[in-house]
Design a protein around this ligand. Structure first.
Ligand SMILES: [Zn+2]
Length: 308
């Protein structure tokens, strides 16, 4: 390989650990950054709220960095952005929901000068000599992406976090066809990550969780306390769907979950009906977009019509 054509993949975090995902792709004098996440402190890191990758390499090569590509809106992929963007103001690419979540984070951190560019799966962009294709993913947060980065030396595929779920809650099906097409054409390097990938077998579809949630709501007599990752919008959706079905009210407790519900409902990723959520949380009534809504309405009408 001649010195003028050099491709480097430099992980700044996220390898052999959970959290602070950040990978640098460098082709000659051009740098792309994939994700900028945080991790949470170990129990021996007293007084530390969060941990971010050491990105001094990027600051040393500031003028080469053309973009930050974000695969999805989880903290371990976006959490370092408020810090990084203060030191290095380059465009950030992500899907609608991811950008929505990033915007809220940056506002909280008082970062005003960010260039956030919304893209969608299927788009491709040219950044200098490099071409990036965005591939639909399937993950515990909607709007996740995989990336194909075409360089003059070959294609790098970065899957982002993913789960092979054939019946996902939101219809986000991993674009396996795109991956097979890329494989057919030839991939120089594959970066692939999925939690518990070492364990044999399959993970059940997220939809099966919904059936269990439904059962709990059906059987519960009193108040239900439901715990989930704030960003797991699919699971929140399944809980809200059950709440609507069984005529219950939902109150979200915690700053993060209230933020996520508001952002997701506003951008059309979470469906609810008026008066289901308590006033501190979203109440957008955009549920009518959801196909199963009519079924639930009919179900509720039947219950109210049926003799007691
Ligand atoms: Zn993730």
């Amino acid at each position: 390989m001649s010195r003028t054509k050099k491709l480097q993949i430099i992980p700044l975090g996220g390898l052999g650990e959970i959290g602070k995902n950040m990978t640098v792709i460098r082709y000659n004098q051009e740098i792309l950054v994939i994700d900028a996440g945080l991790s949470f402190p170990d129990e021996d890191m007293l007084g530390i709220d969060l941990v971010i990758p050491d990105y001094s390499y990027l600051l040393e090569n500031k003028e080469m960095v053309s973009a930050i590509l974000i695969t999805h809106g989880h903290e371990d992929h976006i959490g370092a952005l408020p810090y990084l963007l203060k030191d290095l103001n380059v465009p950030v690419y992500g899907t609608k929901l991811t950008i929505g979540i990033i915007k809220a984070r940056l506002e909280e951190a008082n970062v005003k000068k960010a260039t956030l560019i919304e893209i969608k799966a299927g788009d491709s962009i040219k950044l200098g000599t490099l071409k990036v294709e965005f591939i639909n993913g399937s993950h515990s947060i909607p709007d996740s992406l995989g990336l194909a980065i075409h360089t003059p030396l070959g294609t790098i595929v970065h899957t982002g976090d993913f789960k092979l779920d054939h019946t996902p809650v939101s219809g986000d099906i991993l674009d396996i066809h795109k991956y097979s097409e890329l494989g057919y054409k030839g991939v120089l390097f594959l970066l692939s990550d999925s939690t518990n990938v070492e364990r044999p077998g399959f993970t059940k579809s997220e939809r099966t969780v919904g059936e269990n949630i439904d059962q709990v709501f059906f059987n519960a007599k009193g108040r239900i306390i439901f715990a989930t990752f704030a960003s797991n919008i699919h699971r929140l959706q399944q809980a809200i769907t059950a709440a609507v079905k069984y005529d219950r009210k939902v109150a979200a407790a915690g700053r993060s979950i209230v933020n996520v519900i508001n952002i997701a409902a506003e951008l059309g990723y979470l469906y609810t009906v008026p008066n289901t959520l308590f006033p501190s949380t979203a109440n957008t009534g955009c549920w009518s977009n959801m196909p199963s809504w009519r079924r639930i309405l009919e179900y509720r009408r039947k219950i109210s019509l049926s003799p007691k």
